[in-house]
Ligand binder design. Structure first.
Ligand code: GLP
Length: 256
């Protein structure tokens, strides 16, 4: 895991955006895994401003609420079109988001996995992290080998996401999410986290034991993971000084 600590969310986002921009320039038909939530908003704004060519890019989103109409302002379909896709030259048929209104959810989950495979796998997966360490909507105790499937949200996640829905009761309790096994197959993972409310989850994921209680901790087993943090999100890390030292002393050819 490479831990990149920057003074502000924008500075941490700029590093992440440069990594993605470099990938899209080197591989114009790259397959990107994308995330929702407040954390990647800055990233999407930054990528839009970079004016990259998305015409051959394929995307797969991590998750979606079950039962929310696609047009609902809080569906992840709406989120992605509003905050990224409508602003770039992506081809509509290359965008994939789990279908929270599918008649046969298990079947549509299997088909989603199949489509990822057909696309050649995910080159780079963008991740946020929940205050409980969830990635995608893989809540604590999710199988570390899980695939795309239905999950029930924890009370904590419903509380955390109530701000988008007006009340905790309005947050759908069921979701479709890529599994942890699915995320671990991405060739590269790029996790962003900002703010003190993420500090504990980040420290457990980076420096704690690998455990399904903090699903993000499995990323310690992935060979290519970059974690872009602002100072508050890094504030519980025991080895923050070492991580800063590593970043400041990167060999020229490795600079991001
Ligand atoms: C949501 C999403 C996750 C996201 C996380 C953190 O529930 N399903 O993909 O990483 O919670 O959200 P935020 O970035 O708003 O803190």
């Amino acid at each position: 895991m490479e831990i990149i600590i920057q003074p502000t969310p924008q500075a941490a986002t700029d590093v992440a955006a440069r990594i993605i921009a470099r990938l899209l320039r080197e591989k114009p038909d790259a397959v990107l895994g994308l995330a929702t939530g407040s954390t990647p908003l800055l990233l999407y704004r930054t990528l839009i401003a970079m004016d990259l060519d998305w015409s051959r890019v394929t995307t797969f989103n991590l998750d979606e609420y079950i039962g929310l109409p696609r047009e609902h302002p809080q569906s992840y379909h709406s989120f992605m079109w509003e905050n990224l896709f409508q602003h770039v030259n992506i081809a509509k048929d290359r965008v994939h988001i789990p279908d929270g209104n599918a008649k046969d959810i298990p079947r549509s989950c299997n088909e989603y996995e199949e489509r990822i495979r057909e696309a050649g796998g995910i080159d780079l997966q963008v991740l946020g992290i929940g205050t409980d360490g969830h990635i995608g909507f893989n809540e604590p105790t999710s199988s570390l080998a899980s695939r795309t499937r239905i999950k029930t949200l924890t009370r904590q996640t419903c509380k955390d996401n109530a701000r988008f829905f007006g009340s905790e009761q309005a947050v759908p309790k069921h979701v479709i999410t890529m599994g942890i096994g699915t995320i671990m197959e991405a060739r590269q993972n790029l996790l962003l986290a900002f703010g003190t409310n993420k500090a504990r989850a980040v420290a457990e994921a980076v420096e704690g034991p690998i455990t399904s209680i903090n699903p993000a901790s499995i990323l310690q087993m992935h060979p290519v993971v970059k974690v872009c943090l602002d100072e508050p999100a890094a504030s519980n890390l025991q080895r923050a000084d070492y991580f800063r030292w590593v970043y400041e002393n990167k060999p020229e050819w490795q600079t991001l």
